[in-house]
Write a protein of this length. Structure first.
Length: 447
């Protein structure tokens, strides 16, 4: 028995895997589901690598029982998945689709039957297309649309779901979706980005308050992407650039929620956010979450850049640094999770931290029916060692969820990057537990 096992992290530590509806479910138009911005984005030419789409994805919609059985087989006690807004409300607002409710009831009930705790993300990027046509996150009405959708989730699933995450990675879906245009809905520019930021923050808090009101016993969080950031050199220009990048990547969404406001002092263009303020917004940007979900994959090296608007900072690509990289071209750098835990532990307002995503994509090959993904196994183990180090030094960290259970649809990268503990043949939907999956199962075994 490997001495490095779950008991080192304490009996209350939460172990799990994370997934998202659009990336696994498929069933894109099944049983009355409406169209989401990701259905529309993937249908457009040139938006997703190799023209991949997620109409079937991992077919979790039909195969959820078999995949939940695999969770059980791997000794994974907590399963994070998201709800698709357009299954519940095909038109974004208005009539509830009972077939969508019934589907998530089946998933939740089957988890419970198998002794697996469901952790539900309300919004993991698949906005109803019809709401995007009315401005999406740039339209302040979304606070009401989102709160209504959250209410319906709470009312239907709150009797069995205890753990909730209101949103997944606001900085990614606002930045990639409304500033760079490389994710759905593909909008660009500061003009879209700023109102989206503010309405996301207000919606996140309004949704969290709704959950608290309807489900007083629920444990409510939200998840935030974060990368450890270092300056390219110790020149003052590079240090200042790294500081600005950190404000944008790591602080933009968490600080207003904690009552610290937007990091306007570090990124002056954010002053433009104030234009979207209405009376009372300052208070309505703050919520006392039961836990903060942190999602970390790598570190970034940052240098001063004259030509990059608003932040004058750019990333020095890992490919050019001669370091080991994943299929996403992200540096393999396990200490990042240690530094991130130190950084977020410095906020006294944060009660609990759970790593709600961490993992790696590497090219996998099948040999004699097996996938020996040694690099992924090492990545997870090395990250856990770093997490444990932070914990032993007194950092608050109460859980760890691997991204992800099965290989799935990796947004604009399509099916090429494989992140799963379980291999998926997307032609046949056959699953093979990878060596990393067996490793995790063994690590999680009761000793
Ligand atoms: C996160 C996201 C996930 C997954 C992962 C790997 O940003 O929440 O949906 O795609 O990254 O890239």
């Amino acid at each position: 028995m490997d001495k490095f096992n779950k008991s080192l992290f304490g009996a209350d530590f939460k172990w799990g895997v994370s997934t998202a509806a659009f990336q696994i479910e498929g069933g894109h138009d099944a049983d009355g589901k409406g169209e989401s911005i990701w259905d529309a984005f993937t249908a457009k030419k040139g938006k997703v690598l190799n023209g991949h789409h997620a109409k079937t994805a991992c077919d979790f919609y039909n195969n959820y029982e078999a995949d939940i059985d695999l969770l059980k087989q791997l000794n994974i006690p907590n399963f994070r998945f998201s709800i698709s807004w357009t299954r519940i409300l095909p038109a974004g607002t208005g009539d509830v689709n009972q077939a969508g409710i019934a589907y998530y009831n089946r998933v939740i009930d089957y988890c419970i039957k198998q002794g697996i705790e469901p952790w539900v993300t309300i919004y993991h990027w698949d906005l109803p297309k019809i709401l995007e046509e009315r401005g999406g996150w740039t339209n302040r009405d979304i606070i009401e649309w989102f709160t209504n959708y959250t209410r319906i989730c709470a009312e239907h699933f709150g009797d069995r779901v205890k753990y909730w995450m209101v949103m997944n990675e606001p900085s990614v879906f606002s930045g990639a979706g409304y500033f760079f245009g490389i994710h759905a809905p593909g909008r660009t520019g500061i003009r879209n980005f700023l109102p989206a930021i503010h309405h996301i923050v207000l919606s996140m808090v309004a949704g969290a308050k709704k959950l608290r009101e309807l489900l007083p016993g629920a444990i409510i969080g939200s998840t935030f992407s974060c990368s450890h950031i270092e300056p390219y050199s110790d020149s003052s220009r590079n240090i200042a650039a790294a500081h600005r990048a950190d404000a944008l990547v790591n602080r933009l969404f968490i600080e207003p929620i904690l009552g610290l406001g937007y990091p306007i002092g570090d990124i002056p263009v954010l002053k433009g956010l104030e234009k979207f303020y209405k009376p009372g917004d300052e208070q309505n940007m703050v919520f006392d979450f039961d836990f903060i979900g942190l999602q970390n994959y790598t570190r970034e090296i940052v240098k001063y850049s004259f030509f990059t608007p608003y932040v004058n900072a750019s990333l020095v690509k890992a490919e050019k640094r001669g370091v080991e990289i994943t299929a996403m071209k992200w540096e393999v750098y396990p200490p990042a999770i240690y530094y991130i835990l130190k950084k977020f532990n410095a906020y006294p307002q944060i009660k609990k931290i759970i790593i709600t995503e961490n993992g790696a994509a590497f090219p996998d090959t099948i040999m004699d029916g097996a996938v020996n993904d040694q690099k992924r196994t090492e990545y997870i183990r090395d990250n856990l060692e770093q997490l444990l180090k932070a914990k032993q030094e007194g950092c608050r960290v109460d859980g760890y969820f691997v991204w992800t259970l099965t290989d799935n649809f990796e947004w604009a990268e399509g099916y090429h990057p494989r992140f799963g503990l379980i291999y998926v043949d997307f032609e046949t939907q056959k699953r093979i537990i990878k060596a990393s999956g067996h490793w995790y199962a063994n690590f999680l075994k009761d000793v």
